[in-house]
Design a protein around this ligand. Structure first.
Ligand code: ATP
Ligand code: MG
Length: 373
């Protein structure tokens, strides 16, 4: 790999890049092709940025800031108009063609063997034949994955939804209209687009959209500048916040505690901004409290009944090799998971996975036995 060319593309001095080796950037030789991966954001290079052996760079997907008080945030951040897209609740992928093969990169910059198999099936390969430089940014949603499993989408497995387009060796995102145009042209499924609103009416419209999405268990919206001049913002529903909490408290010691604070604070701002009646506020408080205490008490009771607390999931793969590679991939990411023997099903294989949540198990057992916090 020609490091000075790479440094140039990344926009950092060569010495800086060399100095980052071992600490911030990590080499990966598996699965093919080999790459280096930025583990953290450094010198303006986003975490998850990947440099392939060919010297091609796929930049990390930028963070999206959250609006807490929607109305004022809209006015402060955007000017003129704002485009509203659904925020899909799954895991982020960047899909690119490298040396002629299509690969799916996770947010952190790993090639995910399972996601790669799925996108090769779901995205018309013609798009990369016509435009080999493209990077398709999208969300993989649905129940069959061990990252973010949600059953609120019209799929029993997983599906890719495009939400942005970029090119290799460039940080520039092409924006809402180019994205939906490409999706249309190649029949790629895209994140639903709710329209473009004038700033003076946007708050009302978005609030209604988010309420409706919430009722369907959907996450919320990403608000984008139609001209791509300012970065997007995200805003989400109370139902989605509560469903995150439900998972976090079922496995309370394995999912970080700071998960809680930011989510409870969101609920406070939304309730005040939505001018809720005392009844509506009480309903919100009940929903919030239940999403914490119901799964938590369930976990404690199960442990008292000597049950092992585990997280069950499943995936479907076309080839057994993909299942094996995925197992290796999860292990490399530090996830402790047990894979059952793949079961043949309708020309595919169903693989049941048991994710171990050791920390929650050990902590709960200790507390039941009278250990102190
Ligand atoms: P951050 O973006 O701040 O790192 P995060 O990784 O915790 O946050 P989220 O809170 O889920 O992620 O919000 C950002 C993510 O939302 C994006 O990285 C992307 O994967 C996902 N997303 C879903 N739908 C869209 C959409 N329509 N436009 C942009 N991003 C979307
Ligand atoms: Mg997300």
């Amino acid at each position: 790999m020609n490091l000075s060319r790479v440094a140039n593309k990344l926009g950092i001095p060569l010495e800086r890049l060399e100095g980052l080796q071992e600490t911030i950037i990590k080499g990966c030789s598996w699965p093919e092709p080999g790459l280096i991966r930025f583990e953290k954001t450094v010198s303006g290079v986003e975490a998850g940025t990947v440099v392939f052996e060919s010297g091609e760079v796929v930049f990390g997907y930028p963070k999206i800031r959250r609006a807490m008080m929607l109305g004022p945030a809209l006015k402060r951040h955007f000017s003129g108009r704002v485009a509203v897209e659904e925020k899909m609740n799954g895991y982020n992928l960047r899909v690119a063609s490298v040396d002629g093969s299509v690969l799916a990169l996770t947010r952190g910059g790993f090639i995910c063997p399972y996601s790669t198999e799925v996108v090769r099936e779901q995205i018309d390969p013609q798009v990369f034949e016509d435009h080999p430089e493209l990077v398709l940014c999208g969300e993989m949603v649905g129940p069959e994955n061990p990252y973010v499993s949600k059953s609120v989408y019209p799929t029993d497995s997983v599906e890719f939804y495009l939400f942005d387009v970029s090119t290799k060796n460039s940080r520039r995102l092409q924006g809402v209209f180019a994205t939906h145009q490409l999706a249309e042209e190649y029949g790629i499924q895209a994140a639903p687009f709710f329209g473009e609103f004038r700033l003076d009416r946007a708050y009302e419209e978005i609030m209604q959209i988010v309420r409706q999405l919430g009722k369907r268990g959907r996450e919320g919206v990403v608000l984008k500048d139609p001209d791509g001049q300012v970065s997007p913002l995200k805003y989400t529903s109370s139902e989605s916040t509560c469903s995150d909490l439900e998972l976090a408290f079922r496995y309370y010691n394995d999912y970080a505690a700071d998960f809680l604070v930011s989510r409870v604070i969101r609920e406070g701002f939304q309730s005040v901004e939505w001018n809720e009646s005392p009844e509506a506020l009480r309903a919100r408080a009940t929903r919030l409290g239940e999403s914490i205490l119901m799964p938590l008490t369930d976990t404690i009771k199960r442990k008292m009944d000597r049950e092992q607390i585990v997280q069950k999931m499943q995936i479907r793969v076309k080839s057994i090799q993909t299942a094996r590679e995925f197992e290796q991939h999860l292990r490399r990411m530090g996830m402790k998971a047990i894979f059952d023997v793949p079961e043949p099903m309708d020309g595919e294989y169903l693989v049941r996975i048991t994710k171990l949540v050791m920390s929650t198990n050990d902590k709960t057992q200790a507390l039941i036995e009278g250990k102190t916090w």
